[in-house]
Write a protein that binds this ligand. Structure first.
Ligand code: NAI
Ligand code: MG
Length: 509
């Protein structure tokens, strides 16, 4: 039944020149794909599949299984068995760390293939995929590999005569980990790294738009020697994600994606009393103070929004510029936007790839049209950047506005669309910056150290960037306040989200 479509897919992949898609990436994408359950590659129980398209052409790349509730059940059982049977949770910590480290080495050894697959499947510039996604994934895994030997409990001072107590940090158990399409491999690693380090096992679900690198990561995990069932990979859509969240055998849910879906997950996980961490949307404010290095601020603000074609939860999508510099900054941003190269992800000259899907294209262009209708002034972009064909291209787009009421200034667009507004004083701009339901990131550009700290303390966000944007390190906590999420990833806090504390009492009287 699927034979004919397979042949068609291989033909599509073969139409991409060999210098853009290397043999290993071509072979993986063109292969028949299974779910990873208990160490085996298997089709969906009911045989359903879906295709993942190339956003640069809108043509299908590959078919992958669509996991249903039966597959979720098998994967959760496999993850439970792995906790016990393979002794993942009780394995000597040094050995668990060594295996995670081997996975890091294998991701690094296959960096080119993974970067090409990421670019092909999600549309991002291949250079970015290599430098940011793959290198970031290697770093996050190496960081996680260091944790198992450093997970320690406490000896608790007792005021009760004859009693002695201590705490043990134990893995939460089986984790359902649901990730989005904007940084597929990186988000997969951000999720599995701390879970595996803590001794948990995982049922990982990549987004339906970008399933390929998670499947490859699953293969590499087996090659690294992770016991079967420790990492299970289920490709599928929102219904698969919902089945994972609702499965009784899932002890903790970790999710990155839209605030709307995250809210629903929080409700269901809350009812089931499951542990949950959420990394959700943002509408981050970026403030240029009158004393800022304007050239650096302009360059950084351009990157803050247009990086990854605006498809970043931390995108600096609201720019506030002091009125003394407003026209200069807007002019310089418009100039940069008009010369940025929009094109296919695999083209090495591309600076902005397409947006990920037909749905996102419709959504982003819809916001652009609505912005014009609501009276925002379009100063750059708004079109397809000269790209022909069916790819989902949107050029870097810049609006100016004086009103805070615009829909595009309030809602997360998740595309290359920036709204710039002038302001007059500090009180006004911090109030405006905080007047959003979101609180993921914020930024301030200033040469004055006191202003930097003052504004950073006043901004309601999980991260504040001073004279830069988007710095990340696996050791530095990452996450949001308000509607941007619950909990933190990275660092000790990110690890703690996968650990339970047990207190043990011993009567020594
Ligand atoms: P989404 O939240 O629907 O999808 C994210 C992940 O959740 C995917 O793996 C999806 O299959 C899964 N999912 C969907 N419904 C689910 C459910 N009911 N239960 C469990 N899992 C479910 O996001 P979508 O539709 O891809 O993008 C819509 C908007 O969400 C974007 O325009 C953007 O504003 C925001 N978004 C934010 C991200 C972030 O990094 N914070 C990442 C992706 C999207
Ligand atoms: Mg795709």
């Amino acid at each position: 039944m699927h034979g004919a479509s397979r042949i068609k897919e291989v033909v599509i992949i073969n139409s991409i020149p060999p210098d853009l898609l290397s043999e290993p990436a071509r072979a993986f994408a063109g292969r028949s794909h299974g779910l990873l359950i208990g160490g085996a590659s298997v089709p969906a129980a009911d045989g359903r599949k879906f295709t993942t398209p190339d956003p640069s052409t809108a043509r299908p790349i590959a078919e992958v299984p669509l996991s249903g509730p039966e597959d979720v059940d098998r994967a959760v059982r496999a993850a439970h068995a792995a906790l016990k049977k393979s002794a993942w949770a009780t394995m000597p910590p040094a050995e668990r760390g060594r295996l995670i480290g081997r996975l890091a080495d294998l991701v690094e050894a296959n960096a080119d293939e993974l970067a090409e697959l990421e670019s092909l499947d999600g549309g991002k510039p291949v250079k970015l995929a290599k430098i940011v996604d793959v290198t970031g994934a290697v770093g996050a895994l190496r960081y996680a590999a260091g944790w198992p030997t450093k997970i320690i409990g406490d000896v608790v001072p007792q005021s009760i005569p004859g009693a002695f107590s201590y705490t043990r940090k134990e893995p939460v158990g089986v984790c359902g980990q649901i990730i989005p399409w904007n940084f597929p491999l990186l988000m997969a690693v951000w999720k599995i790294g701390p879970a595996l380090a803590a001794g948990c096992t995982s049922v990982l679900k990549p987004a339906e738009q970008t399933p390929l690198t998670a499947l490859r990561l699953g293969e590499l995990a087996l090659e690294a020697g992770l016991p079967e069932g420790v990492l299970n990979v289920l490709t599928g859509d929102g219904s698969t994600g919902a089945a994972i969240v609702d499965h009784d055998g899932v002890d903790k849910v970790a999710f990155t994606g839209s605030t709307e879906v995250g809210r629903g997950i929080a409700g269901r996980a809350g009812h089931a009393l499951k542990r949950v961490t959420l990394e959700l949307g943002g509408k981050s404010a970026n403030i240029i103070m009158p004393d800022a290095d304007i050239a650096a601020a302009t360059k950084g603000s351009f990157q803050a929004i247009y990086y990854n074609t605006g498809q970043a939860c931390i995108a600096g999508s609201r720019l506030f510029v002091h009125r003394d510099h407003f026209d200069d900054v807007v002019g310089a941003l418009a100039e940069r936007a008009s010369t940025a190269r929009v094109g296919p992800g695999l083209d090495p000259k591309t600076q902005l790839g397409p947006v990920v899907s037909a749905e996102q294209y419709k959504r982003v262009t819809g916001y652009i049209e609505q912005g014009k209708a609501e009276g925002a002034e379009l100063v750059a972009g708004g079109g397809r950047g000269g790209q022909e064909g069916n790819g989902w291209f949107v050029e870097p787009t810049l609006f100016t506005a004086t009103s805070d009421d615009l829909t595009m200034a309030r809602e997360e667009i998740f595309g290359p669309v920036l709204v710039a507004q002038p302001y007059e004083d500090l009180g006004e701009v911090t109030r405006k910056a905080n007047a959003t339901e979101y609180g993921l990131a914020a930024g301030v550009w200033t040469r004055d150290v006191a202003t930097a700290h003052k504004v950073a303390h006043q901004l309601e966000a999980g991260a504040v960037y001073v004279n830069g944007w988007g710095r990340m390190d696996p050791a530095a906590p990452f996450g949001g306040v308000k509607a941007s999420g619950l909990g933190r990833e990275h660092g000790r806090e990110g690890l703690e989200a996968y650990l339970e504390t047990k207190t043990i009492w011993i009567d020594v009287a």
